[in-house]
Design a binder for this molecule. Structure first.
Ligand SMILES: [Zn+2]
Length: 244
């Protein structure tokens, strides 16, 4: 891990938000942030894949206590994944609702995951949107229409190396052009989603590849990476409430 952090610093990253996806990874992420204060931050939440492990009696108190830590800057990742249906949909829905309440109670933004569940996801968010401060639909992979529906709810859109995938990412180009700069963020989703067009080929994704996502987004928008970077950084800092 120190090497991954060093690589990220060398790639000029200003900060990293680690993503918790189950109890163990939330605890591990928060532990890591302690070694790199002001550089590493964390989310706290249960990914829809793990929704069946979520319990109001045990998981919720843990998440509540994590949310009180200053380095925990968002609730998530949470949401709905009907693509793989690893947890039953009923459990995904109740787990997601608990996260919305958690975010509202702690005045934290939401780090949201949605795959093949747009309609259900949107209707939950429509009902609860007023109670939460902000939310990013992380690793957005949907259509322009879906992006517009999220922007109508004043949500942010997170773009990963999915954009760099010539087989399945091309439709994201119009999304990237459409999203206003104060609603757009970039992320690696490391260790997943290594950008496919990177050479030499990447075996395991790392935060250090974020500048590659930046270049791809800049190219799509017809802007220079130098102009875009500070704008994306400012949107990101504001969203997570990171000191600048
Ligand atoms: Zn996700």
């Amino acid at each position: 891990m120190p090497e991954v952090i060093e690589n990220a610093r060398r790639a000029n990253l200003d900060a990293i938000v680690l993503t918790g996806s189950d109890e163990a990874s939330c605890l591990e992420s928060v532990e890591l942030t302690k070694a790199y204060p002001g550089f590493l931050y964390s989310t706290a939440g249960i990914h829809p894949h793990h929704a069946s492990e979520f319990s109001v009696a045990e998981t919720l108190p843990l998440l509540r206590s994590l949310c009180e830590l200053p380095q925990v800057v968002a609730v998530g990742e949470c949401g709905l994944d009907f693509n793989r249906d690893i947890s039953p949909r009923e459990q995904q829905l109740s787990c997601f609702s608990a996260h919305l309440e958690l975010a509202a109670a702690n005045r934290l933004p939401l780090f949201l995951h949605e795959r093949d569940a747009h309609d259900a996801f949107l209707s939950v968010l429509r009902e609860q949107r007023a109670s939460v401060a902000a939310g990013v639909v992380h690793c957005f992979t949907g259509t322009l229409e879906q992006a517009k529906a999220y922007l109508d709810l004043d949500l942010h859109i997170g773009i990963t190396g999915w954009l760099c995938d010539e087989r399945r990412g091309q439709h994201l180009e119009e999304v990237v052009r459409y999203v206003p700069i104060d609603r757009l963020m970039i992320e690696t989703d490391a260790p997943y989603l290594a950008p496919r067009d990177y050479r030499p080929k990447i075996k395991r994704n790392e935060p250090k590849y974020l500048p590659h996502i930046l270049e791809s987004v800049a190219r799509c928008r017809g802007e220079s990476a130098e102009t875009l970077a500070p704008q994306l950084l400012s949107t990101t800092r504001q969203f997570f409430g990171l000191a600048g």
